[in-house]
Design a protein around this ligand. Structure first.
Ligand code: ADP
Ligand code: ZN
Ligand code: ZN
Length: 755
């Protein structure tokens, strides 16, 4: 193997002769789904797949990845360009992650170069070294090692630092010290007392790695209740190796405590843990809960990190310096030197699916990764997806259940309120208002869940019925009050609301319908002495504002919380004893076949926010369909029964998870081109691929968005394989076809939203 000194990458390509030259098959950041052949200089051979290279591409220079070396190529030798530089002496991704990348690109029909590019931090794809340069380290001196703990009993921070360092006689790097939250002043103070010293390791192999087993826990574990103990024992006693667990437990049943105790086991064996949470779940509170328990570095990959910080977390994980990595969807690709466990919290959450570009599902990629790394993976949820439940029924995943709330809290009481014939004020009926008044009078909190931000979803003319529309979408812009504007939530365009109706000239323009802004305004007037907190994307846009709201809500005082799904996930609000859902009917009649599943999940998740041990919660759901079978079954028999009914329906209709599905989308500024393109594909499939059912082409549910005309072709098979074979041919045809160039097309495997 060609070995290059670390950091000492070499410039190549000028002196090489053309003959007997090895060929490199490269993945380059390009929308094309094939590799590219380049010359390697003579003498360079047996490079490991996955090293980064710099190569000319068109008129640019790009960084790509070596897929493999090749003996020959279709590209004539005279036309073949040369690799400019081999950046790495080792692959950026280990063998398992490399396999994962190849698998994901194939499975999701995505260009491998682009998939790889999205798997690594921005600075790594721009060519920064894989490893950090050597840093200074800290260790105890002989005096420090000999000191008894009483010697520092009045300086707790120094004592904590001393304890951590004494568990690591070879020392800890500065980055690891920071990740372990060892105060810099404490290290300085120890060094002034001659108890610790800073030193420079001679080379990378001598750099110390922390050993988790020696560190112990920073916080005592809770005593598990009977159900938790059964789940924990099952995880603990399982044989090593790949296995998928579903930890199904209602909100507040203590799933996180089970993860934490199982994670402690894995860390004790010296291995690392990857925790994936939904976008809304990755809050400082979540990270703090993990950091409080463990003494190993717990690193979070959140959106507030700079590119450099992101790369540092990636490097630390890759070198085995991070004990736990917590992140959202894309963290699934974080390399781990010694992987031991993957945990996915709220596995049913839609944010695990990337909805554009590389449309992977973080949960499904994580399961494939666990299989390749041969480690267990735990999926946690109160409302598992139908896909996961089908795998449990098929015996592929093993289910562990927590049916009771930890600490003795009771399940909330749910009541549907029949809206038919009722008078509504700002979307709330009298019964809901009365229940709110009672709850607030007791000094407790009310959560009103309304998944529609802004002031009002429509602005209309009271004289002639005109409604404001978006110029670029088949959608109505939402009226926002602060600041006053009409904003389209689909294309983002904004404009001031008109003063007069463009059709009849009347100035009687009115907001219609209720959004969170309007509801929060109305409730602050109605409950004048009670704070009303609005939690949605608009009210939490400023950095840190979400935490400010959460702290205010944590006070045990009467308050009203008005919020979108941001309030429905991740957080438990112990002071909320009443949840009001003003309208759930949209989900009952959704055009998307997943609509009822999502509604059931959402209702259970929101309901789970209410109540605690001494104060049971209540949930009021306003609906015009109180007799709807879904609502009836959900509240009389629970989520599992409801999920089973939905699974049976999917089976009958031949829909996922009882079938495999892919969605081919096409859009263009002119209406005819996408439709014609998809018609050609559909026609060809019907002739040549009898196992594939093609539905469409049909206009997308929003047929025009951001000025583009959008069409769908839905593909379905009973077995997965024929679908993938057919899609490979469709893609090859689309890439070669001149008609396809006039259209923006994309393929979505296992689509989660048919929008
Ligand atoms: P989940 O992740 O299922 O929503 P958590 O693990 O967050 O549940 O637990 C909910 C609450 O119950 C937390 O406040 C937690 O501290 C508490 N809790 C969890 N397990 C126990 C236990 N065994 N004994 C007492 N309290 C517990
Ligand atoms: Zn008008
Ligand atoms: Zn728009």
């Amino acid at each position: 193997m060609q070995v290059l000194g670390r950091g000492a990458s070499c410039k190549l390509g000028q002196s090489a002769s053309l003959r007997a030259m090895p060929i490199a098959h490269l993945a380059l950041p390009s929308p094309l789904r094939h590799g590219f052949d380049y010359r390697l200089p003579a003498g360079v051979h047996e490079l490991p797949p996955g090293v980064r290279v710099r190569a000319p591409f068109g008129r640019r220079e790009v960084i790509g990845w070596l897929l493999h070396e090749a003996a020959e190529s279709d590209v004539p030798a005279a036309k073949m360009r040369a690799v400019l530089e081999i950046i790495d002496s080792e692959p950026a991704l280990n063998a398992e992650l490399w396999q994962l990348a190849l698998w994901a690109a194939r499975y999701y029909q995505h260009p491998i170069g682009d998939a790889l590019t999205q798997m690594v931090p921005a600075l790594i794809r721009q060519g920064e070294p894989l490893r950090a340069t050597l840093e200074s380290c800290w260790r105890l001196t002989a005096r420090g090692l000999a000191l008894s703990e009483d010697g520092l009993s009045r300086a707790p921070k120094q004592l904590a630092a001393l304890q951590l360092l004494s568990a690591h006689p070879q020392g800890l790097s500065e980055t690891t010290c920071r990740a372990l939250q060892i105060a810099r002043e404490a290290l300085k103070a120890l060094s002034e007392k001659g108890l610790a010293e800073c030193f420079q390791p001679e080379h990378a192999a001598k750099a110390p790695t922390p050993a988790w087993p020696a560190l112990g826990l920073a916080q005592a574990e809770l005593r598990l209740n009977a159900e938790q103990a059964v789940a924990f024992d099952a995880l603990r006693k399982a044989e090593d190796g790949f296995r998928v667990w579903l930890l199904q437990g209602v909100t507040g049943s203590g799933k996180t405590e089970v993860y934490l105790q199982h994670i402690a086991q894995v860390l004790r064996s010296g291995r690392q843990v990857l925790v994936l949470v939904p976008e809304i779940g990755l809050t400082p509170q979540t990270v703090a809960r993990f950091q409080a328990r463990f003494r190993c570095p717990v690193l979070a990959l959140h959106s507030g990190l700079s590119d450099r910080e992101r790369m540092q977390v990636w490097r630390q994980a890759r070198e085995g310096l991070a004990g736990i990595v917590i992140g959202t969807r894309s963290a699934v690709f974080t390399p781990l030197a010694r992987p031991g466990l993957i945990v996915i919290d709220e596995e049913h959450d839609l944010s695990f699916k990337q909805q554009e570009g590389f449309r992977y599902h973080g949960r499904d990629v994580a399961i494939r990764r666990a299989q390749l790394e041969n480690i267990p993976i735990v999926l946690g949820s109160a409302t598992p997806s139908l896909e996961t439940l089908a795998n449990v029924h098929a015996g592929r995943y093993q289910r562990l259940e927590l049916k009771l709330r930890a600490g003795g809290a009771k399940a909330p009481l749910v009541r549907c309120v029949d809206l038919r014939g009722q008078i509504l004020t700002d979307g709330l009926c009298t019964a809901a208002r009365e229940a709110m008044t009672e709850t607030l009078a007791r000094g407790e909190q009310v959560l009103v869940f309304l998944n529609r931000r802004g002031f009002a979803p429509v602005m209309l003319c009271h004289a002639c019925g005109w409604q404001a529309g978006c110029d670029r979408c088949d959608a109505k812009p939402t009226l926002h009050r602060a600041p006053m504007r009409l904003q389209c939530h689909h294309c983002g365009s904004e404009r001031p609301p008109p003063m007069h109706c463009p059709d009849c000239g009347s100035s009687d323009l009115r907001p219609a319908g209720v959004g969170t802004e309007r509801l929060a305004d109305a409730l602050s007037q109605h409950f004048a002495n009670t704070p009303v907190y609005r939690v949605d994307r608009d009210s939490t846009r400023r950095k840190g504002s979400f935490d400010v709201l959460m702290n205010a809500i944590a006070k045990p005082e009467a308050a009203v919380l008005v919020g979108t799904q941001m309030l429905a996930k991740g957080h438990h609000f112990p002071n909320v004893t009443l949840v009001v859902i003003p309208n759930c009917d949209g989900g009952l009649f959704s055009a998307d076949f997943r609509g009822p599943e999502r509604l059931a999940q959402q209702l259970v998740q929101v309901s789970g926010r209410a109540g605690r041990a001494e104060k049971p919660g209540r949930v009021l759901i306003q609906t015009h369909q109180p007799d709807h079978p879904l609502l009836q079954q959900l509240f009389s028999q629970g989520y599992d029964a409801c999920a089973q009914t939905l699974l049976n329906e999917r089976q009958l209709m031949g829909l996922p998870p009882a079938a495999s599905m892919a969605l081919l989308r096409a859009e263009a500024p002119q209406d005819s081109a996408p439709q014609e393109l998809l018609s050609d594909v559909a026609h060809w499939l019907r002739e040549d691929e009898p196992l594939v059912q093609a539905w469409g082409p049909m206009p997308a549910p929003m047929a025009r968005k951001a000025g583009m005309h959008r069409w769908h072709l839905l593909l379905k098979t009973t077995e997965r394989k024929p679908l993938h074979l057919a899609l490979s041919r469709v893609v090859a045809w689309l890439e070669a076809s001149p008609e396809a160039r006039r259209v923006r097309w994309s393929i979505d495997i296992d689509p989660q939203e048919l929008s």
